[in-house]
Design a protein around this ligand. Structure first.
Ligand code: PAF
Length: 284
């Protein structure tokens, strides 16, 4: 496994690899890697010949400085995991390699998609995500890029970025991975205390309850309202949103019909840690 820090060196290295080996698969991350990230690397390993992993804690996508400062950094363990997953190249850029001289983001405006839910609750977040992914796509020039469905809205935003600016890059969404107790895997989970974990797990159980009620009673909207109330009643949970949406546009589902692309999405702060989760309606 090769480790490269400079953007120009990576571009040069990949030029040769592309010619001799084939498709380039790209897994962009902010490190603090877990099994969710490993599943992206495995998918990239299956689908492409050259697997590139980037680790860059992007300061511009944290709308709260405390979240940036407290973001876990586990560099040695990350490299070990990448090695075990058969990654070919790890790209570890500096801020100057990614943002060059300006350290500015460009505003990402894809209408409601970038304005609602995560866009509304985390001002500037998608500007930071899109700016860094755009820059990384330009450096790596992957054939396929892999993102987790846990960050479902981010995935939809990146699909839009790719459609408009990088039509040759295929964006692949990979399933959300959960811990054994059901908590959606996230780098921030290490910051949840044992006692708060029980509260955090209610996010998943609420999603499952909506799924069950929608399937067995056809009562999606009632189940959404009931579970939102239950989460709001728990004083350890600061609920930000709990809604059924179209997973491509993030418009709120209104009628009784439940199209295939419907997801229930949730975001909440539990014990000072912001968590998001989602569940596709109609999945088992
Ligand atoms: O999902 C993440 O880890 C980040 O948002 C990403 C896509 C690597 C951009 O910094």
């Amino acid at each position: 496994m090769v480790i490269i820090h400079a953007a120009a060196e990576l571009a040069d290295f990949l030029k040769k690899e592309r010619l001799t080996r084939g498709l380039v698969g790209f897994v962009p991350t902010m490190g603090a890697l877990h099994e969710g990230h490993a599943s992206l690397m495995q998918q990239a390993r299956r689908d492409t010949q050259v697997v590139v992993l980037s680790i860059f804690v992007n300061p511009k996508q944290f709308n709260e400085n405390a979240d940036f400062v407290n973001y876990p950094v586990t560099r040695e363990a990350d490299l070990e995991l990448a090695r075990n997953e058969g990654v070919d190249v790890v790209f570890l850029p500096d801020v100057s390699d990614v943002y060059e001289d300006s350290f500015q983001t460009e505003s990402a405006n894809y209408g409601d998609l970038t304005a609602v839910f995560e866009g509304g609750k985390r001002p500037g977040h998608f500007d930071g995500v899109v700016s860094v992914v755009r820059r990384l796509f330009k450096i790596v020039r992957p054939d396929l890029a892999f993102f987790g469905e846990k960050d479902l809205q981010q995935l939809a935003v990146i699909r839009q970025l790719s459609k408009i600016e990088f039509p040759r890059i295929q964006v692949i969404g990979c399933p959300l991975i959960r811990d054994e107790d059901g908590l959606a895997m996230s780098s921030r989970n290490v910051r949840i205390s044992a006692s708060d974990r029980g509260h955090a797990l209610k996010l998943h159980s609420s999603l499952l309850d909506v799924l069950r009620c929608s399937k067995t009673q056809g009562d999606l909207h009632g189940a959404i309202d009931r579970n939102r109330d239950l989460l709001n009643e728990d004083e350890h949970i600061e609920l930000e949103y709990f809604a059924a949406v179209n997973g491509k546009e993030f418009s709120i589902l209104k009628g009784r019909e439940v199209p295939e692309e419907t997801f229930v999405i949730v975001a909440a702060v539990v014990g000072g840690v912001r968590l998001i989760d989602n569940c596709r309606l109609g999945c088992s």
